[in-house]
Design a protein around this ligand. Structure first.
Ligand code: DQA
Length: 154
């Protein structure tokens, strides 16, 4: 007999240069560090009975490897692939191969920036995209993903 809902587990992935948050172009990306964001996400997840794992890499290959390694043990992804958003078919394919839903997030509003940031290799395969709410984009992404996992697609 199913007695309890399974505890949700999500992974939050971060691409190149996001390790520099807090001192990287603060006028665009704000003052929160990735550690600050991680703490907020963990707290938010804990409050919703979910677990979160966090990962950042400056390497596309490493991100692909991590998606392969973590895919079986998590229920969904929140990903800020940073500049790789605009170029990486490999990350898109790895996420699709995981069979898990993902939400694409961006700190800045990429559609209000340079044209080369308007194209996303991931968005067409994502459950949805959240862009432009600063560090809060991550929390909105986590909320959207947990809702999706609990209730299914809208
Ligand atoms: C970003 C937007 C990307 O275009 C950029 O390359 C980043 C960060 C964002 O969170 O706003 O590194 O993903």
């Amino acid at each position: 007999m199913e007695s309890q809902t399974k505890r949700r587990r999500i992974a939050v992935l971060n691409g190149p240069n996001l390790n520099l948050l807090g001192r990287r172009e603060p006028g665009i990306y704000g003052s929160a560090t990735l550690e600050d964001i991680e703490a907020l996400v963990r707290e938010h997840c804990a409050g919703h009975g979910a677990g979160a794992e966090f990962f950042q890499s400056n390497s596309e290959a490493e991100l692909v490897e991590q998606i392969h390694a973590r895919g079986d043990s998590i229920d969904g992804w929140v990903i800020n692939a940073a500049a790789l958003t605009h170029t990486s078919i490999a990350i898109r394919d790895a996420l699709l191969a995981s069979g898990r839903p993902f939400v694409e997030v961006h700190i800045s509003n990429v559609l209000a920036r340079e044209p080369f940031r308007h194209r996303s290799m991931l968005a067409g395969a994502a459950a949805g995209v959240i862009s432009g709410f600063g560090a809060q984009s991550y929390m909105l992404g986590v909320r959207a993903l947990l809702d999706l996992l609990d209730r299914g697609p809208a």
